[in-house]
Design a protein around this ligand. Structure first.
Ligand SMILES: CCC/C=C/C(=O)SCCNC(=O)CCNC(=O)[C@H](O)C(C)(C)COP(=O)([O-])OP(=O)([O-])OC[C@H]1O[C@@H](n2cnc3c(N)ncnc32)[C@H](O)[C@@H]1OP(=O)([O-])[O-]
Length: 719
């Protein structure tokens, strides 16, 4: 709803009231419509101030209403009425003005923002366009290029950037409402026509067509197959080339095609999943709302390789003092130089001073005596990590949280090396750690709720999307990746090329196919893991067949490439060829194609044409199948957790919701049928055998994804 009050004699104050973000629900739209009508018809009111309760202007249209039939007044007529009114309306923007919230502010004649406010049109991240006039008014206010940037990326801007761009008229560190009221009085009686954005001409680049073509190309590259960014460009083109009313018609048509699309459903599911994972729970019954996080005043990172450096940068950027530890002076100096340059570069990008004073570099573990939490990021070697944890346990305060950044090792074994195993959790960051949004918080059987709550809270402070997961090899993300990667190399044995596999995955929407990713991160990473698991190297029993390990099919191709020194981009060749070591442009490599042919003939393998459909079904359904096993094992609390991990950490296209959402969208019976088909064709690949949870869900009539937890619960209660 909206509250109407009269203040300072002649000012009508309309306050949006819909906690927590004053979203524009039907009741709020009705409240605004009624209040604006009342203010315009009251002869004693000279000007209007529009604000939101509790320091938040407006978080936009009410996303929860999208799935229901529309009721109440429409957003567009409400907004148009504000702009057309004969009394000045001033938006007092505190907190957020996002989506429909900013569109509402754009209909006001003046905008005043608190310096901490954030503004933006994030509809594209929900599979939509800003269809309450945002695509037509913003270009008329700040010009086509700047508007296109905001609309196609959905990025939020600070109040200061909004002022520079011309979105707001004033930024204040004072009481925004008081200033807005003063301002409203001062502009009362001034002509309103020039303030109505719908009447302005947008400023366009001289070469508008080629500018828009370039923009279209970029959005198509950035989010392959996503339809909303394309519609955003089309809508802005309409703003640049058509009168306002016709532009609005186009905006409406484009929105109509997006609103009910599968992509919009998937992206809105992602939005809510991200919030669902914040309400974490553990099998013990500990939850987000019954476990209290401890404050972290000072942290430490031990091991300053690529991951440790990124983690240290993340902590410093969040304003947390950090002790950064390496074992030797030489390594410490190299790391210090690298961390300092990242901090300087990042600060420059944000137009701020680097917080170099917050980081202390050291080779002395005694410097960790005062810290509240340590994140260990040394090599992935259990013996070394155990040693580090033993030392940390004796050096740090008894109540310090000890976290490991391991990507797959057993958190419980590390906990057992300490005096307080309940204070040990995994904090699995993704490279580069200061950029990637995902954090897997891994609890072992002995981790205390307070340790999990503290790691989750710290993740939030670092700006991460944190997901609490159980302890198993590879946790959630990497565990699911294993069958996916295995399928991709099996497909090479059967006749595919890396190019074909990558192309299929990239057309599905991944930014990079599996082989390109492998070249980027280095083939030696997986090699080391496989050696550790005894799948290759000295751990393999003499006389064991090259293509069978532990009774199941194994593909030695990645190991063979590693043995030849083909480690990916860093050596200039891997699955592809690069112009030099460290080169980034992947080219097809005839050597590799010959190598694959020789390998097949050596092992008596008959190459057959592999279709794009087979690539997708085998790679994606084996990954999804592992996701069902993870749910069955209680490693992830729900499908939303898995999907959030994949969207934020593994490049899963958000417009496809995440692997588990995708399974539901394809149809669980179809996924089951395909897995049955492929597992019959490849009985030596157990990962293709459908999980019992998938079977149960199909037997239960394939309930919608938000009901899966109930089926999982019955599985657990029967265990
Ligand atoms: C149709 C014409 C075109 C217009 C389209 C639009 O405007 S599209 C919209 C364009 N707008 C956007 O895309 C903005 C989307 N929102 C955000 O980006 C953030 O929520 C935030 C920055 C506003 C606040 O961040 P924060 O970390 O402080 O808080 P938090 O994120 O944890 O959320 C708290 C609670 O609020 C809920 N909720 C939030 N927004 C909405 C909403 N619009 N609606 C409904 N609910 C919403 C959220 O689900 C959560 O509920 P829960 O789980 O407690 O039941």
């Amino acid at each position: 709803m909206a509250r109407y009050t009269r203040i300072a004699g002649s000012i009508a104050l309309i306050t949006l009231k819909n906690p927590p973000v004053n979203a524009l629900s039907a009741a709020v739209r009705q409240g605004i419509t009624d209040s604006v009508g009342r203010a315009l018809s009251d002869p004693e009111v000279e000007a209007v101030v529009l604000c939101g309760e509790d320091g938040k202007f407006c978080g936009g249209a009410d996303i929860k209403e999208f799935a229901r039939p529309m009721t109440g007044p429409g957003l567009v007529p409400m907004i148009d009425a504000i702009e057309a009114g004969e009394k000045p309306v001033v938006a007092a923007i505190e907190g957020v003005a996002l989506g429909g919230g900013l569109e509402l502010a754009l209909a006001c004649h003046y905008r005043i923002a608190h310096y901490k406010a954030r503004l933006g049109l994030p509809e594209v991240t929900l599979g939509l366009i800003p269809a309450a006039g945002g695509t037509q008014r913003l270009p008329r206010l700040i010009g086509v290029p700047a508007a296109l940037d905001l609309i196609t990326t959905g990025r939020h801007v600070s109040a200061h950037e909004a002022l520079k761009l011309g979105i707001v008229d004033r930024v204040t560190d004072r009481n925004t409402l008081e200033l807005a009221v003063e301002f409203a009085k001062s502009v009362s009686g001034q002509p309103l026509a020039p303030r109505r954005l719908s009447t302005r001409q947008p400023s366009c680049p001289t070469d508008l067509d080629s500018f828009l073509e370039g923009a279209m190309l970029r959005v198509r590259q950035r989010a392959r197959g996503a339809i909303a960014p394309v519609a955003c460009v089309q809508a802005v083109r309409a703003a640049a080339t058509l009168p306002f009313s016709q532009g609005m018609e186009q905006e409406k048509e484009l929105m109509a095609s997006l609103f009910t699309s599968a992509q919009a459903r998937a992206m809105q599911y992602c939005f809510f999943s991200q919030r669902t994972v914040g309400r974490w729970s553990m099998p013990s019954g500990a939850r987000w709302d019954n476990s209290k996080a401890q404050p972290i005043h000072k942290a430490a990172v031990i091991g300053l390789g690529t991951m440790g450096r990124g983690i240290a940068v993340s902590l410093v950027q969040a304003g947390i003092p950090v002790v950064a530890v390496e074992m030797e002076t030489k390594q410490l100096e190299v790391a210090k130089h690298a961390v300092t340059s990242i901090l300087e570069r990042e600060a420059q990008k944000r137009g701020k001073e680097p917080k170099l004073g917050l980081i202390h570099f050291s080779i002395d573990l005694q410097d960790l005596r005062e810290v509240d939490l340590v994140i260990e990021a040394v090599f992935e070697d259990m013996a070394l990590k155990k040693q580090v944890f033993r030392e940390l346990s004796s050096v740090c305060r008894p109540n310090a949280f000890l976290c490991t950044n391991t990507s797959s090792l057993d958190v419980n074994q590390l906990a057992a090396a300490t005096r307080m195993p309940e204070l040990v959790v995994g904090m699995h960051f993704f490279a580069p750690a200061h950029v990637m949004k995902l954090l897997e918080v891994v609890y072992g059987p002995r981790s205390s709720p307070v340790a999990v709550a503290t790691a989750m809270q710290l993740g939030k402070r670092l700006g991460k999307v944190s997901v609490a997961v159980g302890n198993c090899h590879g946790f959630v993300g990497n565990r699911m990746l294993m069958p996916y990667m295995e399928q991709s190399v099996f497909l090479l044995e059967e006749g595919a090329t890396p190019e074909q596999v990558d192309q299929a995955l990239e057309e599905f929407g991944f930014p990079m196919g599996v082989f390109r990713v492998s070249d980027l991160s280095g083939l030696d990473v997986g090699w080391k893991v496989r050696k550790g698991l005894g799948l290759t190297g000295p751990g393999v029993a003499p006389g064991e067949s090259a293509r069978i390990r532990q009774g199941r099919r194994y593909c030695p191709l990645p190991d063979l490439l590693c043995k030849q020194g083909r480690l990916g981009q860093k050596t200039g060749k891997g699955w592809y060829l690069y112009d030099k070591p460290g080169g980034r442009v992947a080219k097809s490599d005839p050597w590799l194609h010959n190598f694959l042919e020789e390998y097949r003939s050596q092992h008596g393998l008959q190459a057959h044409p592999v279709s794009q459909q087979e690539v997708l079904e085998r790679c994606l359904y084996s990954l999804i199948n592992e996701g069902f096993r993870i749910l069955e094992d209680g490693i992830a609390a729900g499908p939303e957790d898995i999907d959030t991990i994949y969207v934020f950490g593994y490049g899963w296209p958000p417009h496809r919701g995440g692997p588990m959402f995708h399974a539901g969208a394809v149809g669980l019976p179809t996924v089951l049928e395909k897995l049955e088909h492929y597992s019959q064709a490849h009985p030596d690949i157990p990962q293709l055998q459908p999980s019992s949870l998938l079977r149960r869900l199909v037997t239960a009539g394939s309930p919608p994804i938000h009901k899966w937890r109930e089926v999982v619960k019955t599985v657990h209660s029967q265990l």
